[in-house]
Design a protein around this ligand. Structure first.
Ligand SMILES: Cc1cc2nc3c(=O)[nH]c(=O)nc-3n(C[C@H](O)[C@H](O)[C@H](O)COP(=O)(O)O)c2cc1C
Length: 324
C-alpha cells in the first residue's frame, strides 16, 4: 500500500499526526517501530528558526531511523516562513516540509495570524504555499482544517489553491478552527477534498481504532493521520498495519509491554532532554498509557506528585503487578 509525496516513498497509509510537546524523536521512534508509515514532527516556529533559537534548531534534527519524516513549520510572514523552510531544506534531514495552516490556538491563529487564520484567505494560502514550494528542493505539504467556523467551510477552495501552488500532499483535519478539538470530525468535507484534487489527501480526525480508521479511509483518502489516538498508544500503528496490510486482528498490548514501553519512552526522552524534562513529560505520557485501566486515575494523580522516575517505576510495578 505504498504511496508517494513527491519522490518520497511512504510505505503504508498510517501517519503519525504532528503534536506539539509530544512528537519529539522519542515518541516518533516508538510510533515508527510500531509501523507508522510516515511521522510528522511537532511544529516549529519560523521566527524561532530565524532567531537561531538553540532549542528550536535542535527540534529540526532527525534520527536516521525515522525516515520518511516530515518537519512542520508555522508562521504568517512569507519572508520568514520561506527562510525557515530553506533552513529545513538545507540543514535538516527531514524528507518533507509541512506548513501548518490548522493550528487553532489563539497565540498562533489570532495573535500571529498564522496556523488556521490563513484558512480565511485562500489567496494567501496560495501565496504562502507557492513561495515555500519555489524556495526549497524537498517536497512541500500543507495541513489544514476544513475551515474557520461553520460559516466558513472552505477546505475545497483552499485545497485547490494548495495543489495549484505546487504542494505534493494535503492533510485535512475534519474540524473547523472554532471547534478546536470538540465535536466530531467531518469526514464528508474530507471526501469532497479527496474528490477535488489530484494530489494525495491525508484524512485526519478521531481515529482511535480499526473501525474509525475504516470510516476515514472510506472517504477515499490516500492515508490517515492519527494524533490523540496514539497518545499512550503507539501500539495503534501495529494494530492498524496488522489489520489493513496483513488481515490480522491482533491483541492489545499486555500490561508488561505497556510497562516496558513507558520505561523505554522515559529512557529515550532522558537521552534527548535530560532527566528533569523527561520526568515532567512522562507525567502526561504515563497518564495516557494508563488511561482506561481500573482505578488508574488515582495512580495517575499519585505519579504526578512524584519527583524521581525510580519512584514512578515502583508505583507502576505495584499497580500493574509486574515481576522483574
Ligand atoms: C497535544 C496536541 C498537539 C498538537 N500539535 C499540533 C501541531 O504541532 N501541528 C499540527 O498541525 N497539529 C497539531 N495538533 C493537531 C493534530 O495533529 C490533529 O490534527 C488533531 O489532533 C486531530 O486528530 P486526532 O483526532 O487524531 O487527534 C495537535 C493536537 C494535539 C492533541
Amino acid at each position: 500500500m505504498e504511496w508517494y509525496i513527491g519522490d518520497v516513498k511512504i510505505p503504508n497509509q498510517f501517519v503519525l499526526a504532528p503534536m506539539a510537546g509530544v512528537c519529539n524523536e522519542a515518541f516518533r521512534l516508538l510510533c515508527k517501530e510500531m509501523g507508522a508509515g510516515l511521522i510528522m514532527a511537532e511544529m516549529v516556529s519560523d521566527k524561532a528558526i530565524g532567531f537561531q533559537n538553540e532549542k528550536t534548531l535542535k527540534m529540526t534534527k532527525v534520527n536516521s531511523l525515522e525516515h520518511p519524516i516530515s518537519m512542520q513549520i508555522f508562521g504568517a510572514d512569507i519572508e520568514s516562513l520561506v527562510k525557515a523552510a530553506k533552513y529545513i531544506d538545507e540543514f535538516s534531514d527531514a524528507d518533507i516540509i509541512d506548513i501548518n495552516m490548522g493550528c487553532p490556538v489563539n497565540k498562533v491563529a489570532k495573535k500571529a495570524k498564522a496556523g488556521s487564520s490563513l484558512l480565511l484567505d485562500p489567496d494567501k494560502v496560495y501565496e504562502v504555499t507557492k513561495a515555500v514550494v519555489e524556495a526549497v528542493k524537498k517536497p512541500v505539504t500543507v495541513k489544514i482544517r476544513i475551515g474557520w467556523d461553520e460559516n466558513h467551510i472552505n477546505a475545497v477552495t483552499n485545497a485547490k489553491m494548495i495543489e495549484k501552488a505546487g504542494a505534493k500532499a494535503i492533510t485535512v483535519h475534519g474540524r473547523t478552527r472554532n471547534q478546536f478539538y470538540s465535536g466530531k470530525a467531518n469526514y464528508d468535507v474530507i471526501k469532497e477534498v479527496v474528490e477535488a484534487v489530484k494530489i494525495p489527501v491525508v484524512g485526519n480526525g478521531d481515529v482511535v481504532d480499526i473501525e474509525s480508521a475504516k470510516r476515514l479511509l472510506a472517504t477515499g483518502c490516500k492515508a490517515i493521520a492519527i494524533g490523540r489516538g496514539s497518545l499512550g498508544n503507539p501500539f495503534i500503528f501495529r494494530e492498524l498495519t496488522s489489520y489493513f496490510l496483513e488481515g490480522k486482528e491482533i491483541a492489545r498490548p499486555s500490561k508488561e509491554e505497556i510497562y516496558n514501553t513507558i520505561i523505554r519512552h522515559h529512557d529515550m526522552l532522558k537521552n534527548l532532554k535530560g532527566e528533569h524534562l523527561a520526568m515532567l513529560e512522562m507525567r502526561n505520557h504515563t497518564s495516557w498509557y494508563l488511561k482506561g485501566m481500573p482505578n488508574s486515575s488515582q495512580i495517575r494523580g499519585q505519579i504526578c506528585r512524584l519527583t524521581s522516575f525510580e519512584e514512578v517505576k515502583k508505583v507502576l510495578k505495584e499497580y500493574l503487578d509486574i515481576n522483574e
